[in-house]
Design a protein around this ligand. Sequence first.
Ligand SMILES: C[S@@+](CC[C@H](N)C(=O)[O-])C[C@H]1O[C@@H](n2cnc3c(N)ncnc32)[C@H](O)[C@@H]1O
Length: 283
Amino acid sequence: MEINKLLKIGAEKIKGRQYGNPVLEATLLLGKLLKVDRVYIYTHGHEEVPDFIVDKYFEMIDRRRAGYPIQYIIKEREFMGLDFYVEEGVLIPRPDTEILVEYVLEYIDKNYGQQEVEVLDIGIGSGAIGISIAYYRKNARVYGVDISQKALEISNINKERFNLENINIFKSNLFENIDKDKKFHIIASNPPYIPKDHISSLQEEVQYEPVLALDGGKDGLDFYRRIIPESKEYLHPNGLLILEIGYDQGAAVVSIMEEEAFENIEILKDLQGLDRVVLGFKG
Ligand SMILES: C[S@@+](CC[C@H](N)C(=O)[O-])C[C@H]1O[C@@H](n2cnc3c(N)ncnc32)[C@H](O)[C@@H]1O
């Protein structure tokens, strides 16, 4: 069967889904199997595809049609211009998290230039935050922790994929395995922040993602209540604490930061004007 026909049938089959772009998704799936990029697919519409690939393609299309996330099928997700390896068991990086990473990159440039700067990423997952910082700022020494074995495995795959030597990844329940005397210039985290009871009502794709990466307790704020006070022990004076939040958690997280005497607290918004990040400096 030729490329154009496969795309048409594939897109038609996944068209009914509420989320996603059927033509783009069919193109990505076929491109993955043929090991070519999107441009190739678009410009070689009349090329014949071998039967064994056609079979695999329709298997993938059926999984996608059943709601399985495309990123877990193609085992890749673009974040900050980097193609991260992902698989079931880690959170799929979200574009919202780029707001936090972009702030940190600029903050490093403004405040540290080429000087060494030590950064901790709590709940590293696939590595979206920590790996991007280590990749784009070679003067950063990044430490990434996670409680999930799978997250450690995947973030290490990404560390190798991008050939990074300036990041250490290890298992820790928040700060538990971090040396008590260790101090960081920046602590960043995108912690689980979905209220427990809301998880089952999120879109179908999210139901395939690990609960450990989503569940923020009864009101979604459990991790902020733990990370904000504890982070003070591990920050240099005036060190930056920067946290991704749910769109309706800004005021609550700001007030926890105020209670813990953080200074110059700010909320960063996304393009839709929704609260996305809270940051502050150790007082
Ligand atoms: C929302 S995900 C964020 C993943 C990644 N940083 C990102 O932005 O795509 C939260 C991460 O926190 C990890 N996590 C959950 N509880 C933890 C704990 N007690 N200590 C360390 N990490 C934890 C989860 O395994 C998950 O990888």
